[in-house]
Design a protein around this ligand. Sequence first.
Ligand code: DC
Length: 220
Amino acid sequence: MFAVAIDGPSGAGKSSVSKAVAKAAGFVHIDTGALYRSVAYYALSNNIDVKDEAMVGKMLSEITVRLVLENGEQKVLVNGENVTGKIRTENVSMAASDISKIPSVRAFLLDTQRKTADEYNVIMDGRDIATVVLPNADVKIFLTASAEKRAERRFKELLAKNEEVEYNKILEDVIKRDRQDTERETAPLKPSDESVIVDTTEMSFDQSVDFIANLIKERL
Ligand code: DC
């Protein structure tokens, strides 16, 4: 199987770029953030404190999380319930960042990610794909952009959905999540030694897609 690992901070465009590249290359796109989001969503829905390791550990022993692919589209089922449509809120974003610090959560989701890469040619995006999940990936990319640019993209996305948002609040959240994801002890966000750093601050979406598609072509 062929694997492309795409890591980077939130809002760098990993998911949308990966999706487009996967489509063009005939690969399956796996968004691993959705797994952390689903676990966080389940905790929030059941009044479980996402920072309480013991409570979260107990919760993990009581749930199953499955990643399924339907016509190439990824869905995440928690205890059989498809939560995919419910995990894209700002609340869940921050809770996912909090819960992902807990080592037992990371260990719990590791197998699912690796098994998927065993079964399909994947473009897998996350924070620790090249460093931990798929250290033997064929292509390793670290996709990033300035915090201001990432907040601006998120701001426009939310405005387009008619959500009431404040740019400064989004920027604050982006910076806070960056810090949490980068400074945590287990599997922090960082490029692997072999990762190609792609900074999209000054790149359009199409340019980012072309750049990465070319990197993959070179190694195929
Ligand atoms: O990519 P995302 O914004 O959907 O991810 C949500 C959170 O999940 C992110 O703040 C950190 C965590 N995460 C992680 O720790 N490791 C991954 N491979 C993917 C996401």
